[in-house]
Design a protein around this ligand. Structure first.
Ligand code: AP5
Ligand code: MG
Length: 389
């Protein structure tokens, strides 16, 4: 999802820029002012409550605003992203927005603050007042809205400055000039967004092969927890000695150990453009852990590929590998192979349920030629990249 907030004093041009942005990025426009005016014209209970406040130029209560925002977000869970116009306007609303986006496993790309002098705002709003029919576009109310902005809304910028996602834009100039600046800022921030892929599938489904191809093509860091653990075993490190037997029996290694290894790898690759995870998450707990690990880096999962291959074929493939130099310890005995597949099945169902909700999972038939499968994988990845932008 691509979520952006437009911030600025009344008359800064938030609504004007919103119209252009929702078109370019295919976003759902959430203007609390528009929604409130709509409620007023429909004489709803909410509208009646807001009417007097808006006519004075004051801010409506946070409680009221939360109801509006939550409803609008809840009815648009499938969209490409949200453009918030005139929200958040108080510290409380800033915290609320963080929480609401977190609940949807997403976050704000940036808060774009359109900077315009009071004099210019007033001039624009008085011109707009001649035709807008807005009861708050009169000189007295405009003056009060500007004061309210200074006192209650302007301080909210600090919240976003601390979050590191504040983008100030000079709002003096033509509409097109400002749109150019706003779009450039969004593009710049989008380039910084990491692209993270999870490759799911049974052992032997070709996860490693496809994940490595992806990492190479998109310059992503390949994270295979299996390989990392094997390396520890081979190097006879302290961790390696502790997990040797578990791995030989096809059992899972304790999460604490896996987390440490992944974090180390992420830290070593601070400037990466993204990660491909193979063999992780393997349990529902690890799915939560991965979300947490990525959130710590201010990022999230972009796309999940699920490679599906019939079980008999899997057993055959793993047994074949057992005869080659690439063999894993657990490839040699049929018993170990079957145990791994069984364990995988038990754990993978809840993982799929966890991700299915987010509509980021793409199933790919893992039977056939490696390059053909990769073509299929690419189709989904390219779609996901486009959607992320
Ligand atoms: P809201 O509707 O959000 O009003 P506002 O913040 O006062 O902002 P405006 O809509 O007046 O200005 P804008 O920045 O959108 O500028 P526009 O693009 O129209 O809120 C109204 C009321 O609702 C609030 O006072 C409050 O009571 C309540 N409310 C809303 N949200 C709330 C919240 N979250 N919490 C609590 N209360 C809330 O441009 C203005 C004019 O200038 C237009 O005519 C435009 O054509 C023109 N223009 C735009 N850009 C340029 C340019 N570059 N050069 C020349 N003219 C330009
Ligand atoms: Mg507006």
């Amino acid at each position: 999802m691509l979520n952006i907030a437009l911030f600025g004093p009344p008359g800064a041009g938030k609504g004007t820029q919103s119209d252009l942005l929702i078109e370019r990025y295919n976003l759902v426009h959430i203007s609390t002012g528009d929604i409130l005016r709509n409620e007023i014209s429909e004489k709803t209970e909410l509208g009646l409550e807001a009417k007097n406040i808006i006519e004075k130029g004051s801010l409506v209560s946070d409680e009221l605003i939360v109801q509006i925002i939550e409803k609008k977000m809840r009815t648009n869970t499938e969209c490409n992203g949200f453009l918030f116009d005139g929200f958040p306007r108080t510290f409380v609303q800033a915290y609320i927005l963080e929480g609401l986006l977190l609940k949807m496993h997403t976050s704000l790309l940036s808060l774009i603050s359109i900077e315009v002098t009071d004099k210019e705002c007033k001039k624009r709003l008085l011109i707009r007042g001649k035709t807008s029919g807005r009861s708050d576009d009169t000189e007295k109310v405009i003056d009060f809205r500007l004061i309210e902005y200074q006192n209650k809304t302007f301080p909210v910028l600090k919240f976003y400055e601390e979050r590191g996602i504040l983008e100030p834009i000079d709002g003096m100039g033509t509409i097109n000039e400002i749109f150019e600046k706003v779009s450039n800022s969004i593009e710049k921030n989008l380039r910084k967004v990491l692209f993270n892929v999870v490759i799911l599938g049974y052992p032997g489904s070709g996860r490693g092969t496809q994940a490595k191809k992806l990492a190479e093509k998109f310059n992503l860091i390949y994270i295979s927890t299996g390989d990392m653990l094997q390396e520890e075993v081979n190097n006879k490190t302290e961790v390696g000695l502790a997990i040797k037997e578990l791995m030989e029996n096809g059992k899972l290694v304790p999460d604490e150990i896996v987390i440490q290894l992944i974090e180390k790898k992420i830290k070593l690759n601070k400037d990466a453009s993204g990660f491909v995870f193979k063999g992780f998450p393997r349990t529902i707990i690890q799915a939560y852990i991965l979300d947490g690990l990525l959130r710590k880096q201010n990022t999230s999962i972009s796309c999940i590929i699920d490679l599906s291959v019939p079980v008999l074929q899997l057993v055959k493939r793993l047994a074949e590998r057992g005869k080659t130099k690439q063999k894993r310890r657990y490839d040699i005995q049929t018993e170990a192979i079957v145990k791994r597949l069984e364990e995988h099945e038990k754990k993978s169902i809840p993982i799929m349920q966890y991700y299915q909700k987010e509509k980021k999972v793409f199933a790919v038939n893992g039977l056939g030629n490696k390059d053909d499968i990769f073509k299929e994988v690419l189709k989904h990845i390219e779609f996901a990249i486009k959607n992320a932008r």
